[in-house]
Design a protein around this ligand. Structure first.
Ligand SMILES: Nc1nc2c(c(=O)[nH]1)N=C([C@H](O)[C@H](O)COP(=O)(O)OP(=O)(O)OP(=O)(O)O)CN2
Ligand code: ZN
Length: 119
């Protein structure tokens, strides 16, 4: 029976949104405490009881997290317009080759606002 697992991570970063109107406050440089949720799906291994070991998810995401944490997101290749939507898609593209059961990436800018990319 297929089941999903989700692991959450946080990072701090600055950004500005270059394509919003000049009067929009998010055009100015500001920061967020981002939360990322990675959801993976698959069959439960009958021996381990895991879909994927959370430690393996952590290891696969670590280099991507290091690229984001305490950086200006606009300076990262592919993130010149770092909306929550674009960050979610960017993370999926970076992580999924090393973590094929990845099904969805959620990026929270605040506890109340997030974007989700589902493969
Ligand atoms: N669809 C999207 N809309 C907006 C995005 C986005 O990524 N996708 N991003 C922003 C800005 O990044 C903005 O900084 C949002 O954060 P913030 O102003 O901090 O959020 P709140 O308005 O909820 O915070 P309060 O200060 O508590 O009101 C805007 N839109
Ligand atoms: Zn913002």
């Amino acid at each position: 029976m297929p089941i999903t697992i989700t692991q959450a991570f946080t990072f701090e970063a600055a950004h500005r949104l270059p394509h919003v109107p000049e009067t929009h406050r998010c055009r100015r440089l500001h920061g967020h405490s981002y939360r990322v949720e990675l959801t993976l799906g698959g069959e439960v291994d009958p021996h381990t009881g895991f879909v994927v070991d959370f430690f393996d998810v952590e290891a696969a995401f670590a280099p991507v997290l290091a690229t984001l944490d305490h950086h200006l997101l606009n300076e990262i290749e592919g993130l010149d317009n770092p909306t929550a939507e674009n960050i979610a898609l960017w993370i999926y593209r970076k992580v999924s080759p090393n973590l094929p059961p990845l099904q969805a990436v959620k990026v929270f800018e605040t506890p109340m606002c997030w974007a989700e990319y589902r493969a």
